[in-house]
Each structure stands twice: as C-alpha cells, then as structure tokens.
Write a protein that binds this ligand. Structure first.
Ligand code: GRG
Length: 314
C-alpha cells in the first residue's frame, strides 16, 4: 500500500536519492502486504479487543526504514530470494511493538502516531498494553515463517532467530528505553545520551542490517561491516529524530512534535543545538558507509538509505 494513498502523512522528501525512494517504496509495499495478512489472521485468532488492537497496530503504516535496511543489506551481500520480505516484516513487527508501548501514558504518553490515534487512544490502555506484549511472539512467528521460506542452514537460522530479539533486550531497546525514562528532567552527559540512543533506537536498526546479512549467509567480514554500518546509522537515525522533533511539523511527522522539550529530555538538540546535531548525524552516515567499504560490501543502496535517514523530513 503506497503511503501516499493510505491517508498517512508519510511522504518521500524530494531530496531523497532515487535508489532510496525506490527501495523504501518497495519495502512499504511488500511489508504492508505481509503485515496486512498477519493482521487479518491474528484478528480472527485472538479475537476481542486485543485482537482488534493488535491488528490496528500492525496495519498502521510506517516509513518501513528498517524493512528497507533488511532488503538492502540482504542484497548487498548477494541475497536474491523474495522470502527476505518476511524477515523485514518481522523486524517491523518488533518495531511496531515498541511504538505501541512507547506511546502509552506511563512512557512517552502520545496521542498520535503515523497520522492516526495511538493504539491506546483508539482502544484503551489495557488492550494496547496486552496487544503490545502479544506482538513480540507474533514477530517470532513472522520470522519463523520467513526463515522456513528462505530454507536457511541451521547455523544461519539460529543466528537469525536471536538477532532481532537480542536487540530488544536489556542491552538494547528495553535497556535504552529504561535509561531514557530515568533521564527525563535530567541533563545527560553526551556519552550517556549516546548509550540511550544506541539502545532504544540503534539496536534494532543494527539488527535489521545484520538480519539481512545473516539471511544471505554472509561471511564474518561482511557481517562485521553490516553491524558497524547499522550501529552508526542507528545512532544517526535517532539524532535525526531529535532534530525533527524540534524542527518538524505534526503534519509531516504524523505525531506530536516538541515532545522532547515538553518532557525535558536530553537530546542531541538540547545538548548541541540543531545545526551541530545535523552535522553529527551526517558524519555518522559517512562513517557508516566507511564500514561497508572496509568490509568489501557494496554501499550503493545502503549508502542511499544512510543519506535518506539523515536528510529525511518525516
Ligand atoms: C519497559 C523499559 C521498557 C521498555 C520497553 C517501548 C520500548 C521497550 C522501547 C521504545 C523504543 C522506541 C520506541 C524508540 C524510538 C525509536 C524511533 C525513533 C521510532 C520512530 O521510528 P520511525 O520514524 O517510525 O521509523 P515509523 O512510524 O516510520 O515506523
């Protein structure tokens, strides 16, 4: 489903390189189609308000940046099977889980997400909380189906199965979010802010890049390069998010803006200012591409996505 026809305010900025916009369009089409099928199936299977809330969250369209990174990473190391779209959908399911819980009143307390009411606003807090938890095993099922489709060897299968879920853990998304919540109304030193950003946002983005490489059964040198790329671009993504929260509009972003200032959060913008924050994101994007070059991984599509991530307007 193209975002432009979905009623969602996600649009591809004009400055986006063609390769990135093409890849994002493909990632949106293929991921949205798969998640729509899962949403139909799970709505029937789970039933009730939880089923409806879970399906609502799965159907809410995003930019699918993480899905595009999975596809691009997979192809950069020679992957060709269409089943990779299932891995991309699994990573987006983990991401969707994190957004449902992040928006809850006990966390960031947001009413609008992707141009629609957040799941707890559309339903209620208990249904959204339960739907969020249910999305985690759903992600495992989506990933298992994709892995079967790709016919991976056991070692790759084992590694692929753990990658997005390790990224969710205490060293990653949960740990980062935890630190983020604890840091409200406190000024963090830059190294502490980097730890928050790398955990809550960067870990899953790195996992998306690694998952693409693992699914293509890439060698260790290539996986190290993809992991390094993902790590830098994951941090750059959150810095760009900080900048957009301070400079973007609610219409462009499909969510409330100025939330970081309201919650008195330390961000790259509050610590460095808008222009230095942008410059740091761009520097990290260049470093991300250097990892690929050092590891002998062609940087075309991933480099274009890196450029998009730091120049996006939504
Ligand atoms: C219980 C402590 C604890 C943690 C739970 C909820 C959670 C784990 C973590 C939250 C992680 C999170 C939501 C980080 C923000 C990441 C981010 C910048 C999201 C926006 O991503 P986009 O712009 O969104 O790609 P779309 O809508 O396009 O998919």
């Amino acid at each position: 489903m193209p975002a432009a026809s979905s009623g969602c305010p996600i649009s591809t900025p004009e400055a986006v390189p063609t390769a990135a916009s093409t890849l994002l369009g493909e990632a949106r089409d293929r991921t949205d189609r798969l998640l729509e099928d899962w949403a139909d199936r799970l709505e029937r299977e789970i039933g009730g308000r939880e089923g409806e809330a879970l399906a609502y969250a799965l159907r809410t369209p995003g930019k699918r940046v993480r899905a595009a990174l999975v596809l691009a990473a997979y192809r950069s190391v020679g992957g060709v099977a269409p089943g990779i779209a299932g891995v991309a959908a699994a990573v987006e399911t983990v991401h969707t889980y994190s957004l449902v819980h992040d928006d809850l009143p006990c966390m960031d307390d947001d009413d609008l997400r992707r141009g629609r009411p957040t799941t707890h606003r559309q339903f209620d807090i208990p249904s959204a909380t339960r739907a969020g938890f249910l999305l985690v095993p759903v992600a495992a099922r989506v990933l298992a189906a994709a892995a079967a489709d790709l016919g991976l060897r056991p070692a790759a299968l084992q590694r692929l199965a753990s990658t997005p879920f390790e990224a969710r853990g205490i060293q990653g998304m949960v740990g980062g979010q935890w630190l983020d919540l604890e840091a409200e109304r406190r000024t963090l030193a830059l190294p502490d802010l980097i730890a928050v950003h790398r955990g809550k946002t960067g870990a899953l983005i790195r996992a998306a890049c690694l998952a693409g490489g693992i699914a293509a059964e890439a060698g260790e040198r290539e996986l190290t390069a993809l992991g390094g790329f993902g790590e830098e671009i994951g941090l750059a993504f959150q810095i760009a998010d900080d900048v957009l929260d301070a400079t973007g509009t609610s219409e462009e972003l499909g969510k409330a803006v100025g939330r970081d200032a309201l919650l008195a959060k330390s961000t790259y913008v509050s610590l460095l200012g808008v222009a230095p924050a942008r410059a740091e994101a761009e520097r990290l994007a260049r470093r991300a591409v250097e990892h690929l070059e050092q590891g002998g991984v062609p940087s075309g599509a991933l480099g274009a996505l890196a450029g998009y991530i730091v120049s996006r307007s939504s």
